[in-house]
Structures are given as C-alpha cells and as structure tokens.
Design a protein around this ligand. Structure first.
Ligand SMILES: [Zn+2]
Length: 463
C-alpha cells in the first residue's frame, strides 16, 4: 500500500503542467499517473485546484549555528523554510567558524542533522588563508559548492569570516586555481570593497548616515567592477563561478555576455532585488539594509528581464537572521547595522504572486526555484523533479486564496526584523510542504515535531 497519494493536482512534469496523481512510498515518488488510476493509500490528499511542483530548493541560506545561535538555529530557520514550500536549503558558510575544512564541516553537519526540519546541503568556505583546504574539502564529497568574499573580514566579525575571503588579486588567482581543480562552483560575493570602504569613510565624515546613504555607498559600479574581475579571473583559471545575489542589470549583462562566450558562470538573484527598491531603505532604514543594497525601481524593472530571459539561473533568499538590536543600531547610523534580513519563507509566495501579476510564467519560476538548483549543484534527480525514484518532495499551492504577510507568524527566530514585506497581500497560498513523503506544513502551520527529520544531501548520488 502507498504511504501517500496526491490526487488531482496540476503537476509540474519535465517542463509543463499536467493533471496527475502521485504515489509515494518509503519517502520516494513511485508513480505519476493519470488521475484516478490508483486509489489505495494510507493517506490521501485531494489537490483539486492546486498546483504541485518539486519541493523548492533555496540556494542561499544563512544559519548562524554554531557561533551565534541567539540569531536562530538550524531548527528555527528550517521551520521557516518549511513554511514557504522549501524542502532543501543550501547553507552558506558565515558561522563560527565557517566550514573551510572537513572537521568544521563535520561538526556543522552533526548540528544540522540534530535539528533540521528540511533537507540540507552545505557550501564550503574557500579563502586565501587556507588554500590547501580547498581541494580536500571537495574530495570529502559532502559540499555542493564553495563561497568566498572578495575582501578582508569585516571589523568585529573576524571569526565569522575566517577562511572565507580572498582579500586581494594574488589570493583570488591562487584560490581560483585551487577551485578549478575541484570542478565545483564557487559563489562570489562580488562588490568592490576598496570603493565601498572609501565611500563609507567619506559619508561618515560628512555625517551622511541615513538609509539611502547605504545604497549610495555601494553604487552600481561597485558590483559591476567586481563581477568583471571575477569573470576575468574565471576565464583565466577555468574555475566555475556563481555570482551570488546579483542586484543590477549592468552586472547581469556582463554575465549574459560571459555565458555567450562559453564561460561556466551562474547567476543568482534574490527576491528583494525584484520586489523592493531603494525607497525601502528610506522607509525601513536598517531593516532594509542588505549587501548589495536595494536599487532604484528603474534598475529593478530591468533586472526582471534577465530573470525572464534565462540569464538568471536560480533565485536564492539570502535568508539572514539577526537580532533586533543588531538592526536598530543602524537607526541613527545606517553603517552601524548588520546587513541582511530573513526571507526563506517568502521566496516562493513572492514569485507566485509575480506569476499572478503576469510578470513571469509558473514554468520559469519552477525552473528557478526547484529544478535548476538541483541540476546545477549536482543533486538532481534525487531533488528538483517529480518522477519515480526521486525524493517525494513537493510544494503545493493555489491561486484561489490570498495570504497576508505577518511577521508575528514567521517561524524564523529573526521574525522581529522581518519588516520589509510585513503586511503585504499576496495572491497565492502555499498549502502544503512535503518532504520525502512527510507533510511538514499544512495551510501555513509547520509540523514542529519534525525536528531532526532533515537529512544531508550530497552531490552526485544518481538514482
Ligand atoms: Zn548571503
């Protein structure tokens, strides 16, 4: 007998939607068939009027565990993931310490296994400090990619950025040569730090410390300049690169051209660069502070073109939990606040709302949030697809109901800083999140008993 039968849903199958029933047994999909073919199951969900896509994969998630669990832990932040249709997170290594060697990775995996509600992958840290660890980490086989920053560790956060930075051209060239040997992608936080630090010093001296000054301190050129440098070095070394959280159409254009020239480069953007603009910095100050900063609406509109045309490979939330106090420090001086805010729970709903508004197709959203992350990071077809043999991971939603974003109901420990989208009305409802056949979320209520249900997902395990 089947464990679970999903009946009458409009199901995403290899690029298009079809009415189908899905049978689940032992955590895997065992069949996809015409509605009504099978009827017997331990549990049956009638999904008439609902859409079913592969469980969403968030390519860009931060959990500060261990090191800063006062900002949330693997349990709280993956509850938030489950709330938003996400069944697998890819964790970026800003923690204490970042996973730049196998021992640290092992420790983080153990902590995640003991707490995660959803499945998880890890990025490894790549840096100029421990270049010899880069190939060792890949050989271990458990990371899906690397992450690095192109500047020295920020003052006061040295421990969080250890082994996670390539501080100058020399380190970047040496690091990329190591990365090229691994065949794994490295995600770059691409902003020109020299330019930014100069701007911040100048603005502070002039007493310009408002929300909007944060955006002015990190102008378009600071992203463009840095992206150009990463692409140039990638071309020279053969390293596979991802430009994380691209915020400007100008940088996207460079990436589009690099792709055309045959470079192995991937582009990620985030919901906040598509749904918020610089005005949010004026309105919410530090609560809308992120790096790169929010941009003018004109640039936001142009960025959408690259999302639609295929230049963008996936959309990550860059979910960044912090304490309220770490944000309010920036009310008087924006530069004193930490950068980033939560959003793993809203990535799918925001994109579905965009479908409803006619900005993008549902098929393209499914590629960006589910299929491409699995394919590009080597966890397909275990994840990112609905087919016999794949993990029975699904996000189920409809466009018949609306939802109002309410930060008080957010499962993230950082709910108090989840201000930019608070009160937004979205024309969709994520009704179920299902991971390996287990219903983790139903109508917005997450199964809090699913602690430690999440498992590590490693690249390259074909089925
Ligand atoms: Zn990030």
């Amino acid at each position: 007998m089947l464990d679970l039968l999903l009946k009458n849903g409009n199901v995403y199958l290899d690029g298009h939607f079809t009415y189908a029933d899905i049978g689940v047994k032992g955590g895997r999909t065992v069949f996809v068939a015409s509605p009504g073919t099978y009827t017997e199951a331990e549990q049956t969900l009638n999904l008439t009027g609902q859409y079913v896509i592969p469980g969403a994969i968030d390519t860009h998630m931060h959990v500060r565990d261990p090191g800063h669990t006062e900002r949330g832990n693997f349990y709280t932040e993956t509850l938030a993931a489950a709330a938003g249709g996400v069944t697998t997170i890819m964790e970026h290594p800003i923690s204490v310490p970042p996973q730049y060697n196998v021992e640290i990775l092992e420790n983080r995996i153990r902590r995640a296994e003991a707490q995660c509600v959803v499945d998880f992958c890890f990025y490894g840290a790549a840096g100029g400090e421990f270049p010899e660890e880069i190939t060792k980490l890949a050989a271990d086989g458990r990371i899906v990619a690397y992450k690095t920053f192109l500047h020295a560790a920020p003052e006061g956060r040295e421990q969080e950025f250890r082994g996670l930075t390539m501080a100058d051209d020399g380190e970047l060239m040496a690091g990329m040569r190591e990365l090229a040997k691994t065949g794994l992608i490295c995600a770059f936080h691409a902003e020109d730090n020299d330019l930014i630090q100069y701007n911040i010093r100048k603005m502070k001296a002039e007493g310009r410390t408002s929300g909007r000054d944060h955006a002015l301190s990190r102008p378009v050129i600071s992203e463009v300049q840095s992206v150009e440098r990463v692409l140039r070095f990638a071309g020279e070394t053969g390293a596979r690169v991802e430009i994380a959280h691209v915020s400007t159409p100008q940088a996207m254009e460079l990436i589009r051209q690099a792709k055309r020239s045959g470079l192995d480069v991937y582009a990620e953007t985030c919901p906040h660069y598509l749904f918020l603009n610089e005005d949010a910095l004026e309105k919410f100050g530090p609560f809308a502070k992120c790096n790169p900063p929010l941009r003018r609406q004109e640039l936001v509109d142009q960025l959408w073109e690259y999302v639609v045309d295929g230049t963008v490979d996936y959309i990550g939330s860059d979910h960044s939990p912090f304490l309220y106090e770490e944000k309010t420090k920036g009310l008087k001086d924006i530069f004193a606040a930490v950068s980033g805010f939560p959003g793993v729970d809203l990535r799918l709903p925001l994109m579905l709302n965009a479908v409803k508004e006619g900005k993008i197709t549902l098929e393209r959203v499914t590629e960006l949030l589910c299929e491409n992350p699995a394919k590009i990071f080597g966890i397909f077809p275990q994840k990112g697809t609905i087919r016999p043999g794949a993990d029975a991971d699904f996000a189920v939603f409809n466009f018949d109901h609306t939802m109002t974003v309410d930060k008080k109901k957010n499962y993230s420990h950082a709910r108090d800083i989840a201000i930019p989208y608070d009160g937004w009305k979205l024309n969709c409802q994520v009704s179920y999140t299902i991971l390996r056949g287990r219903i983790l979320m139903r109508d917005g209520v997450v199964d809090e008993g699913a602690k430690a249900y999440g498992q590590l997902v490693c690249p390259g395990r074909q089925r």
